[in-house]
Design a protein around this ligand. Structure first.
Ligand code: F6P
Length: 549
């Protein structure tokens, strides 16, 4: 057994689980009408109601014991203070410094990083103003109308998700495009919608070595030069965001047109850095600063609120309760705002790339589950697709319901229907439908006797399916910033308790190495023999068909 599973707090939770796992939330609500007043937290214009979880006050106390046993308060301070908590890469983890609107010094290797953070923000702001005002002109003297972000993973998902979420605040002249897939279909389709004279390419890559991004960037450059002809025109149409100035220069982008960030910013935590440039271009400098301010407010809440009233901490602990004690393999994210439709995809990288680990900080194999599988869709669409399984299937999948009270992008009547569904689903998952209720409904519908008995088992809902409800005041830059930071910190807390490094991603390397080797093999006609028989056969089958075709 590992130190974690042997620990007193873990053992106590295991015993407690045996005692209460049979309890139904209906009973818990009936026994304590004030349950949701106690089991809710308000911060940063977000209300978290976590009362529809299979917990009692004792569960919460034991979970807090687990957090304390893991030294969570010290680990939180270590992160904010710039300690090198990403031990396998010997790096600090300071996405919080990027949104440190209080501007207090944050020291890494003896240097306050805030002056350089502020200086890049200043440059981004000036550049965005020029593009948005129409002062930044393309090679024929026209203002920019289309912005194409080329990047993948953290250099795509954050900017894409935020630009979609905050479309209501977007600049009316600017059309945003995001190209991540190396499948040429995506860039071809995008370029078809753009004109060289009015398109700005933002090439985003922390490392500037990512093959998908560089391939797309070269294709964009070739497309551009076919019309613009002179290399000197590139400066007006290509900017880069990276930590790797040398590779940016080698690609042919003037480093004066490069916006820098630093190795203490993880890719999936980078939307607050210059990687947020497409966001700032689309929404404007002030809205980008508002996004940072919202995240900063959540940072302050996270850093300074006692664990039992701390929103990210409570969400982390509830997640651990289900993953490690109920054996839940997955966790569902269901936004009830259409504009948050890319949030589940964003959360997949944030959570699974961070905590999808089976080796702990000491290099030992873990003997407990870590990151759940994160999945989801907009809630309304999910209701008409996978909710059947969530209501009556055999798997327990906790759900996060997310909606906003105000929704500037929708119509009032639509919003009422949307929110009615939002409230109803969380209630349905909690209470279910008993046999007596189902029987009563059948009777009311005039279905009796044998037919009623046959249908009855299918009409029963066990309920007792846990969910968190997150109600945002409105979906604006500030609240969205807070929401994203909330999940970042939730994931961090879980990583601390699971004792994994949430900030490396070695698991993505092997596939990349093999792809490089196979790419070289695909370029030669001779049959491949260097892999296992399945991979050889697949490659050679492909080669033969591609040659004949
Ligand atoms: O920004 P880069 O260096 O191109 O990397 C893109 C993405 O690729 C990954 O390294 C995974 O392969 C992610 O962690 C990262 O967000």
């Amino acid at each position: 057994m590992s130190a974690l599973t042997e620990s007193p707090a873990w053992q106590a939770l295991g015993k407690h689980f045996q005692a209460i796992s049979g309890l139904h939330m209906r009973e818990l609500f009936a026994a304590d009408p004030g349950r949701s007043d106690v089991m809710s937290i308000e911060a940063c214009d977000i209300l978290l109601d976590y009362s529809k979880n299979r917990v009692t006050p004792t569960t919460l106390k034991l979970l807090i014991d687990l957090a304390l046993q893991a030294g969570l308060p010290d680990r939180i301070e270590a992160m904010f203070n710039g300690e090198k908590i990403n031990v396998t890469e010997n790096r600090a983890v300071l996405h919080t410094a990027l949104r440190n609107r209080a501007n207090t010094p944050v020291i890494v290797d003896g240097e306050d990083v805030m002056p350089k953070v502020n200086s890049v923000l200043e440059r981004m702001g000036n550049f965005c103003n020029a593009v948005r005002n129409g002062d930044w002109l393309g090679y024929t003297g026209q203002p920019i109308t289309d912005i194409v972000n080329i990047g993948i993973g953290g250099s795509d998902l954050g900017p894409l998700m935020v630009c979609e979420a905050l479309k209501a605040f977007g600049h009316p002249r600017l059309n945003m495009h995001f190209v991540s897939n190396v499948d040429g279909a995506q860039i071809v389709d995008t370029l078809r919608k753009c004109h060289t004279a009015t398109t700005l390419f933002v090439i985003e890559s922390k490392t500037f070595t990512t093959s998908e991004t560089l391939t797309n960037a070269h294709t964009a450059r070739d497309w551009f030069l076919r019309s613009a002809r002179y290399e000197s025109t590139i400066a007006k149409h290509f900017v880069a965001v990276s930590t790797n100035a040398k590779a940016v220069a080698e690609f042919g982008i003037d480093t004066n047109n490069m916006f820098e960030f630093w190795n203490w910013v993880g890719g999936r935590y980078s939307l607050w850095s210059a990687i947020g440039l497409p966001i700032a271009l689309y929404l404007g400098r002030q809205h980008f600063l508002d996004l940072l301010a919202g995240a900063h407010e959540m940072d302050q809440h996270f850093r300074h609120t006692p664990l039992e009233r701390n929103m990210p901490v409570m969400m982390a602990l509830l997640g651990i309760w289900y993953v490690n004690f109920f054996g839940a393999a997955s966790h569902v994210i269901t936004p009830y705002n259409q504009s948050l439709h890319r949030l589940p995809a964003y959360m997949q990288q944030l959570d699974m790339e961070s905590n999808g680990k089976s080796t702990d900080m000491n290099g030992h194999a873990v003997d407990y589950q870590t990151s759940p599988i994160i999945w989801g869709e907009t809630g309304i669409n999910g209701q008409h697709a996978y909710f059947q399984m969530l209501h009556q299937g055999t798997q327990l999948s906790p759900i996060d319901f997310i909606a906003s009270i105000e929704n500037p992008s929708t119509l009032p009547r639509h919003h009422t229907i949307l929110l009615a569904n939002f409230f109803a689903q969380a209630e349905a998952f909690m209470r279910g439908k008993t046999e007596a209720e189902a029987r009563g409904e059948l009777l009311a519908a005039g279905i009796e006797g044998e037919q009623a008995e046959r249908l009855l088992p299918h009409k029963i809902f066990g309920g007792n399916r846990p969910s968190n409800t997150l109600l945002l005041g409105q979906l604006d830059p500030t609240t969205l910033g807070a929401l994203i930071a909330l999940y970042e910190h939730k994931i961090f807390c879980q990583g601390v308790i699971w004792n994994v490094n949430s900030f490396d991603q070695w698991g993505v390397e092997l596939g990349k190495q093999l792809a490089k080797q196979i790419q070289a093999e695909l370029d030669i006609a001779a049959p491949t023999q260097s892999h296992d028989s399945s991979t050889n056969r697949l490659i050679n089958f492909y080669k033969q068909r591609a040659r004949n075709g």
